[in-house]
Design a binder for this molecule. Structure first.
Ligand code: PDD
Length: 286
């Protein structure tokens, strides 16, 4: 079946979909995005993703390409036309195409691109059952990581660093050796006394939608949350470690820089949180 993408008002064959060479997303990464999970024919937590999109746009003073209801229609339509029931939907908004110049263009219409992708859920479940390895890497990003922009080169380099070392994810370290987050996920540990720890969502990290929903799950499960930074040394000695994102949900970490976490198998809390996640998430029919 051929894939379909949405670009600026048109549904086009994926292979032929294109934006202008002077699109500011292409030239300046003047552009924001979201990735939502699709599961069992529903979009997961789309309300929270669209809230974050609106916040990213507002922080960059970028106009929205269309209203929220229209955007929902496009997301659903792209998923439907690609027959995706399990996978993800990606949306990107740029400040539009204009002659290359740094200041905001006076008259450019925002670009909107939406794509969808099916994925093998069993494979992701197998990965979570086994647990993944992470390695650490300096956090080379800018000072506004709370805005979900497509300026992802430091993330790309860190992820590549991890993959070349046989690891699934890179955990990024600030100048004091504290973990900020993963290259495309939030970072968590579980302390010896069973508290879940993740960094406070200020300008240093992206406030993951999965992270936000997982905080609801923690409450439901009667677990304690600590929002604070932790060092690699603390993480290596932790009872458990895991990562969260729309594409990985909750995935246990079994080693950090080669050091085994816990007994080297996914921990009980990570497994419980993964199993409980979708009951707490908002789900919207495609
Ligand atoms: N990445 N931190 C970073 C740097 C991310 O890129 C992501 C998501 C997250 C987790 O956010 P959420 O729970 O809302 O997915 C945290 C997406 C999945 C991506 O870029 O593909």
């Amino acid at each position: 079946m051929s894939r379909v993408a949405y670009v600026n008002g048109r549904y086009t064959p994926h292979g032929a979909a294109a934006v202008h060479i002077e699109d500011r997303g292409f030239q300046f990464a003047d552009s924001v995005y979201e990735v939502c999970e699709a599961r069992d024919g529903e979009i997961v937590d789309v309300g929270r993703h669209l809230d974050r999109l609106e916040r990213s746009l507002a922080e960059l003073r970028m106009p929205a390409p269309m209203g929220r209801a229209a955007l929902m229609t496009v997301l659903r339509e792209v998923l439907r036309r690609n027959r995706v029931r399990d996978g993800s939907v990606y949306l990107q908004v740029t400040r539009g195409a204009a002659p290359r110049d740094f200041p905001f263009p006076k008259s450019a219409r925002p670009t909107l691109v939406v794509t969808a992708r099916a994925r093998d859920r069993a494979e992701a479940d197998r990965r979570a059952d086994k647990g993944v390895a992470v390695v650490t890497h300096p956090d080379l990003r800018w000072a506004r990581r709370d805005i979900k922009t497509t300026g992802l080169l430091p993330n790309v380099l860190a992820k590549q660093f991890a993959r070349e070392r046989g690891a699934f994810e890179a955990w990024l370290l600030d100048s004091e050796g504290f973990v900020t987050e993963g290259s495309s996920s939030n970072a968590w540990i579980v302390t010896a006394d069973g508290k879940a720890v993740t960094r406070r969502a200020d300008h240093d990290i992206l406030r993951g939608v999965t992270r936000t929903t997982l905080i609801d799950v923690l409450r439901r499960e009667g677990l304690t949350l600590e929002e604070r930074a932790f060092t690699v040394a603390e993480a290596k000695a932790a009872r458990e470690a895991f990562l969260t994102s729309a594409t990985t949900i909750v995935t246990a970490i079994v080693s950090i820089d080669g050091a085994r976490i816990g007994d080297g198998a996914p921990g009980a809390i990570a497994r419980t949180l993964r199993a409980a996640f979708h009951a707490a998430a908002e789900r919207t029919k495609i």
